[in-house]
Unconditional design. Structure first.
Length: 157
């Protein structure tokens, strides 16, 4: 039986922010075969504004983790806007989590857990956890976190 992530979002009382418009020349989502690729997403708040700040300076680890969770909500919104129902997604395959942080901050995996924990809540432990990288770098517009991901889709019946 398929998990229904759309229903799970309602059950968890999650609020998806508005889906951001592309900030460059790229597709927000792209389907190739049985895979859905999602371009890097930032933490859009419910009012449409981006969260800002560098982890290790203006933001602490826990605030970074909350930003990563917000990126997850943004990604779900982008998928729904540009692809459709989340129940077409079988599982999360791969995550690249990028943290805008100071050079001495070394807790990038703990920050990206905010994204990963949300995906596990929405898609279930088995299908919501995939392979992952978490790295530190400078990000555009001083956003604290950016995540790109790849999902496997159910075969069309």
């Amino acid at each position: 039986m398929k998990n229904d992530p759309d229903l799970r979002i309602i059950e968890l009382g999650l609020i998806l922010p508005p889906s951001p418009k592309p900030a460059g020349v790229y597709r927000p989502v792209l389907v190739v075969g049985q895979f859905l690729y999602v371009s890097g997403q930032g933490p859009v708040m419910s009012d449409g504004l981006l969260m800002k700040g560098k982890v290790g300076a203006e933001l602490g680890k826990d605030e970074g983790k909350l930003a990563a969770r917000q990126v997850g909500l943004t990604m779900l919104s982008t998928i729904k806007t540009h692809f459709g129902e989340l129940k077409k997604i079988k599982r999360l395959v791969k995550v690249l989590g990028m943290v805008n942080c100071t050079s001495d901050f070394d807790q990038q995996p703990a920050v990206i857990n905010g994204f990963s924990e949300l995906m596990a809540e929405v898609f279930g432990e088995e299908n919501g956890i995939g392979v992952r990288s978490a790295v530190g770098m400078t990000l555009p517009s001083n956003i604290p976190v950016e995540v790109e991901a790849m999902f496997e889709l159910y075969e069309e019946q």
